[in-house]
Design a binder for this molecule. Structure first.
Ligand code: SAH
Length: 231
């Protein structure tokens, strides 16, 4: 068997991990070593007796910037093993299911969690880091973003989710959002479940769901709708 998907996270807050990655099926898969999670504390790589990891921005202005030498020393302490190195950042490429799927078929991921005003630009380029944005809003640090990226990736690993079909019929597959979902009770607060879903006619259910996926995507995500591939 090939080595399990290996995640290495460099952070000033190792206590934030595994966080959400420790619960449910992903947590169970972690306990069973179907994927591995290593956290590397950035602090010991800091400079001087106070292990300083940041300094004032060149050119002035508020806040502090993470130092390139410190980030590089931490990164260089990790065996890369062909893994992409990600830097969660509001300035990064927006995270998509396509990116997550590609990472899930690879050997793993290395993530460096930013703090303060961000990371010195030079180390991003020098270490070939990919900047990834998890939403057009600013977080305090990269830890929650790293967990989000890993959660989306690890759930696609074989034998993590259990029900493989649920990973192929969901939002973003085929460039569409998911159709609306219903369960019991059949009528709730005078609101019925659509008849077609109770008809037992699988072809009719499939057709209804496809039409709903298209309607919801058109209404909510004109950007996805415009990009969808015909067919
Ligand atoms: N001054 C920066 C924001 C720094 S927030 C800017 O305006 O771009 C501190 C750290 O939190 C970042 O370095 C990054 O690692 C993380 N972070 C914040 N928002 C994020 C987002 N939307 N996506 C991914 N990472 C984010």
């Amino acid at each position: 068997m090939s080595a399990p998907f290996a995640a290495s996270v460099i952070t000033l807050y190792p206590e934030a991990f595994p966080g959400v990655l420790g619960v449910s099926l992903i947590g169970k898969a972690l306990a069973e070593q179907r994927w591995t999670l290593e956290t590397i504390d950035l602090r010991p790589f800091g400079d001087g007796p106070h292990r300083k990891v940041d300094d004032a921005p060149a050119g002035g202005g508020p806040g502090l910037v993470m130092r390139p030498d410190v980030a590089a020393a931490a990164l260089d302490s990790v065996t890369r093993s062909g893994r992409p190195v990600l830097f969660p950042s509001p300035r990064g490429k927006p995270l998509t299911q396509t990116m997550v799927k590609a990472w899930a078929t690879g050997p793993g991921l290395i993530l460096l969690c930013g703090r303060f005003e961000g990371l010195d630009e030079r180390v991003i380029a020098a270490r070939g880091m990919e900047e990834v944005c998890v939403g057009d809003a600013v977080l305090m640090g990269g830890e929650a973003a790293a967990q989000l990226i890993l959660e989306a990736t690890v759930r696609l690993l074989p034998r993590v989710l259990g029900n493989e079909a649920s990973a192929t019929e969901e939002s973003f597959e085929g460039g569409l959002l998911e159709h609306p979902q219903f369960t019991k009770p059949r009528v709730w607060e005078n609101l019925p479940t659509p008849d077609v879903l109770l008809s037992g006619d699988h072809a009719a259910v499939d057709a209804w769901r496809q039409a709903e996926r298209e309607r919801v995507t058109r209404e909510r995500r004109p950007d996805l709708w415009a990009q969808r591939k015909p067919g």
